[in-house]
Design a protein around this ligand. Structure first.
Ligand code: GUN
Length: 284
């Protein structure tokens, strides 16, 4: 059996076109969705990410602001910028690109962002809202994974067993909460879980988010399972690859997300969805 691909590029195109329509509708009511992106320092990967985020905003008709600061910016200066954006009515979403330089406390910066503008979904209030089923913003990568499941008809996951490998604050933990909210039975593992294969072999859905190659191989996978690969690694030839042994697992799984072209494009797409949502909520 060869698994069907879940195409993150195609799904992103569809969701972004829906966002563009919502943005146009909100504009006729006098509000243009606005996203502010802050980059401190010159991390090359971060520079590419923020450029892509700003470009994606332009493509759907959002107002976007990119603020770039030298790595010598102080924590107090950054907090003051975040406060100013909290009070700027043309800005509905604020994203501070991580990682920040070592002398700045990430947590303090994230907690300074207004939860009403926390489109990354990293604020404690956003994580708490997700946990108790209140309205907040969902972290973009796991939110994108949920949309990928929805795209293959898996919206209500009652009776399904989902295994999440990885427990980071920005993917693994919120992913587990979103799967629970969709009524799945959820097991959260990490790369050091004893007999990880015994867990994954029971899973109807496996989400791999460790950041290490070959975390999931064909022998660890139930026939017909849905496999979502959040990993972004390089193989020996320097080519982008995920956490899943794609060539092996695709022969066993029912559905699988490729890397590249799977979860990756969904992260920015869900940032647009969250920013759209923030603008609609503020417009009332
Ligand atoms: N660095 C890597 N991924 C992300 C992300 O999704 N949001 C922010 N703010 N920083 C990141």
């Amino acid at each position: 059996m060869t698994a069907q691909l879940i195409d993150g590029n195609a799904l992103s195109r569809q969701l972004r076109s829906e966002v563009a329509q919502r943005a146009a509708a909100l504009k006729t009511r006098g509000t243009t969705p606005g996203l502010a992106v802050i980059l401190v320092g010159d991390n090359p990967a971060s520079q590419v990410y923020v450029r892509n985020k700003v470009k994606a905003c332009e493509d759907v008709g959002f107002h976007s602001v990119l603020e770039k600061y030298d790595a010598s910016m102080t924590e107090a200066e950054l907090l003051a910028r975040v406060e100013a954006l909290n009070n700027d009515p043309s800005i509905h979403g604020i994203l501070v690109q991580l990682p920040l330089p070592g002398h700045i406390d990430d947590h303090k910066v994230i907690e300074t962002i207004s939860p009403l503008k926390d489109v990354d979904g990293f604020h404690v209030a956003s994580a708490g809202a997700l946990m108790v089923g209140e309205i907040g913003f969902k972290a973009c990568t796991p939110y994108g994974c949920m949309k990928m499941l929805e795209s293959i008809g898996m919206k209500d996951l009652r009776g399904k067993h989902a295994v999440v490998i990885g427990r980071s604050n920005i993917v693994g933990k919120p992913m587990a909460m979103m799967l629970l909210a969709a009524n799945a039975t959820v097991t959260v593992c990490h790369s050091g879980t004893a007999d990880l294969a015994a867990m994954t072999r029971q899973a109807d859905i496996v989400v791999a988010a460790v950041g290490k190659r070959n975390v999931l191989t064909a022998d660890m996978c139930k026939s017909g399972a849905v496999v979502i690969d959040v990993g972004m690694n390089r193989n020996d030839e320097g080519k982008l690859c995920g956490d899943v042994d794609f060539d092996g697992v695709k022969e066993v799984a029912g559905f699988i997300t490729p890397v590249p072209g799977g979860v990756g494009p969904m992260t920015i797409t869900m940032l647009l969805v969250n920013t759209m949502e923030a603008a609609e909520r503020s417009a009332g």
